[in-house]
Ligand binder design. Structure first.
Ligand SMILES: *[C@@H]1O[C@H](CO)[C@@H](O)[C@H](O)[C@H]1NC(C)=O
Ligand SMILES: *[C@@H]1O[C@H](CO)[C@@H](O)[C@H](O)[C@H]1NC(C)=O
Ligand SMILES: *[C@@H]1O[C@H](CO)[C@@H](O)[C@H](O)[C@H]1NC(C)=O
Ligand SMILES: *[C@@H]1O[C@H](CO)[C@@H](O)[C@H](O)[C@H]1NC(C)=O
Length: 616
């Protein structure tokens, strides 16, 4: 207690001496040097002296003009009462204040991460007051809010601390606007607020042609000579695309083919016909294999044959590092990856009814059936375990643990964390379709409750949109937004700048400070997620040079067949497939590696950026 008080007074003292030290020499200077600025004694060609004169002239001008401007302002105030908002608009707002955005976000965590490193244009948030009783009670501040504050002769929007500014607000409506320095927002954007039946959605209008009657994307772009037109909220003005376009019943080009909506009907029909028996089987399996942790969590992953070595690597790396994956439940979408995961000793549930067969005739119609199947599996696997009432850690297969992240999510002393229903790794992408959460749907933790159960049930019903947008993440983020708004779902996305606990592709490819800390052993990272890398071969090479690859070559590309006998694994695959130590090798010198790779080629010859050149 004593030390805290002295700490505060110390700050006050140093601040006071700063001001006295600043003001007095200036005044002395003014008094003492004025007589001596005679031509005879000063060398005006000296830059130092010229600078002093220029400063002095500025000072004098400011001193003289200040009161003058102030007077004009106060006259203005006395004639029109000086209120910022006229009475006719006071239904929208009758006062306005500024608060620090950072201070605000510290007190109100919406789980929204920072889009960019804070910029000088984004320091403040604005607060509008709609009602006299919403204004801060303190009389000067109340007056500042309605009239503005005079500073150096100009009327400006006054600032206040968040707690004071919000003290009288009984409800708060928060609107996130685009950052002014983001590339998407280089065109002029305006905001209209009016009072009416209230709406908690923002409607967007743009100067674009009617997309329905303008087939070519190039003709759909923003055009200043067109009138404003109501558009979907994820319309990209610069590209002429609505990224949340509706799925249709029948194919646009061939009306004998089912469109995404009818395709999804078929999938949902199969799901609904079987959900009871699937849940029964799953419950039995979880019980028999003792998968559910004492804290009620199940780790859920889904995999197909094409990705199976990444799953093997997750399992091998966790086993060799002594991390507990006893609560892992894998949902393989084909028999080959089921055999592999069984052989590696983890619990699997092969949902044959939903994924067992995909007739090749239908495969042609569905376009990319493997992709759609995997997206659907990512939804179904989580929905099942959620319906059974367990907390879930969902992971893509391209993840390697350094520590067990469940220790973090189950830390009951971390009260801030316990208030959230669903917590995500930050994707790092600033793309509009992922805004405002930019959540990575490849690593997230779900607390079991009615809100998350309904979220994943809704997600299942939105499968047609997943097919249409070809993105699980895109649709999940839009649903997070809707459920946050409709049901008060609490979402948290761990900020990529503020925490190094859950690094992913953004960090591996762009944020090398985080990677250096991991390599030096100075990081808090629980894992690395090789997102932002489309190509599976590169994922493997990056993991190898990070010292995070543990799968022997003989177990890659399903070469584990030699250990399999008649559809079952003859012996544990862990001994055969999992290396005791990481299998390190160099591949690209311009990508992070735990050891220098000076002789490795560049993946991007244009940039010529050597990771280890900046390591020390
Ligand atoms: C007012 O003038 C002072 C002295 O020139 C300056 O330091 C300060 O930033 C000015 N304030 C504003 C709001 O412009
Ligand atoms: C208002 O802004 C000034 C300058 O940015 C800052 O020094 C001051 O602490 C702010 N006041 C409050 C109450 O936040
Ligand atoms: C913009 O719209 C006007 C009016 O419809 C049209 O004449 C013009 O060609 C358009 N410009 C572009 C670049 O599309
Ligand atoms: C648990 O949370 C507390 C409070 O936030 C923190 O001090 C502690 O380090 C955390 N422990 C783990 C294992 O994360």
């Amino acid at each position: 207690m004593t030390s805290r008080i002295s700490c505060v007074s110390l700050v006050l003292i140093s601040a006071a001496s700063f001001y006295s030290g600043y003001i007095s020499p200036l005044n002395d200077d003014l008094i003492n040097t004025t007589p001596s600025t005679s031509c005879a004694t000063l060398d005006e060609s000296s830059p130092e002296v010229r600078q002093r004169i220029a400063t002095r002239v500025d000072e004098e001008l400011r001193r003289l003009s200040g009161p003058f401007i102030k007077k004009k302002q106060s006259q203005l105030k006395s004639t029109s009462d000086g209120e910022i908002f006229p009475k006719s608009a006071s239904g929208v707002a009758l006062g306005i204040l500024r608060v620090s955005k950072a201070e605000f976000l510290r007190g109100f965590d919406f789980g929204v991460p920072n889009k960019h490193k804070p910029n000088e244009n984004d320091i403040d948030a604005l607060i509008l007051y709609n009602n006299p009783s919403a204004l801060p009670s303190e009389i000067t501040l109340k007056n500042d809010a309605t009239h503005g504050k005079l500073e150096n002769g100009s009327r400006v929007i006054a600032n206040a601390s968040v707690s004071v500014a919000l003290a009288s607000c009984d409800t708060l409506n928060i609107i996130f606007l685009p950052l002014q320095n983001s590339p998407r927002n280089s065109f002029p954007e305006c905001y209209v607020m009016m009072s009416d039946f209230e709406s908690y959605h923002i409607n967007r209008w743009m100067r674009v042609p009617n997309f329905a009657t303008t087939p070519k994307k190039n003709d759909r772009v923003l055009n200043h000579s067109l009138p404003l037109r109501h558009v979907g909220r994820i319309t990209l003005a610069t590209k002429g695309v609505d990224e949340l376009d509706v799925p249709v019943l029948w194919d646009d080009f061939d009306d004998r083919k089912k469109g995404f909506l009818f395709q999804h009907f078929d999938a949902v029909r199969t799901y609904l016909e079987n959900v009871d028996s699937v849940l029964k089987d799953l419950k039995k399996l979880l019980h028999e294999r003792k998968v559910v942790r004492s804290d009620n969590t199940v780790i859920v992953m889904t995999v197909n044959n094409g990705q199976s070595e990444l799953l093997s690597n997750f399992i091998c790396s966790a086993r060799r590092r002594g991390l507990d994956i006893g609560s892992l439940l894998v949902f393989p979408t084909d028999i080959e990856s089921k055999i592999l995961a069984d052989g590696l000793g983890v619990a699997t549930y092969y949902d044959e009814k939903n994924f067992g067969r995909l007739p090749s005739a239908e495969a042609k119609i569905y376009g990319d059936p493997i992709f759609c199947q995997m997206m659907f599996a990512k939804i179904l696997s989580v929905a099942y375990v959620s319906l059974l009432g367990h907390d879930i850690l969902f992971q893509d297969v391209d993840i390697v643990w350094y520590k067990n992240p469940l220790d973090f999510f189950h830390n009951t002393t971390n009260k801030d964390l316990q208030q959230f229903d669903i917590l995500f790794q930050h994707d790092g992408s600033a793309h509009l379709r992922y805004n405002p959460f930019s959540a990575n749907s490849g690593f997230y933790y779900v607390r079991s409750n009615k809100r998350t159960q309904y979220l994943f049930t809704s997600f299942l019903y939105h499968g047609a949109l997943v097919r249409k947008t070809k993105s699980h993440q895109h649709v999940l983020i839009q649903l997070l937004l809707e459920h946050t708004s409709m049901f008060g779902l609490k979402v948290k996305v761990f900020d990529k700048f503020e925490t190094d606990m859950f690094p992913g592709g953004f960090h591996y490819h762009q944020n090398w400070d985080t990677m250096r800390a991991i390599i030096r052993g100075e990081s808090n990272a629980y894992l690395i997620h090789m997102s932002w890398t489309e190509n599976k071969v590169n994922k493997l090479l990056f993991l190898r040079q990070m010292g995070d690859w543990y799968v022997n070559d003989e177990c890659i590309d399903n070469n584990f067949g030699q250990y399999v006998n008649g559809g079952t694994v003859t012996d544990g695959l862990v001994d055969q497939c999992c290396a005791m130590e990481p299998l390190f090798s160099c591949h690209y010198r311009d990508k992070p590696s735990i050891k220098p790779c000076p002789d490795a080629p560049l993946i991007d010859p244009k940039k010529k950026r050597n990771f280890w050149d900046v390591m020390s």
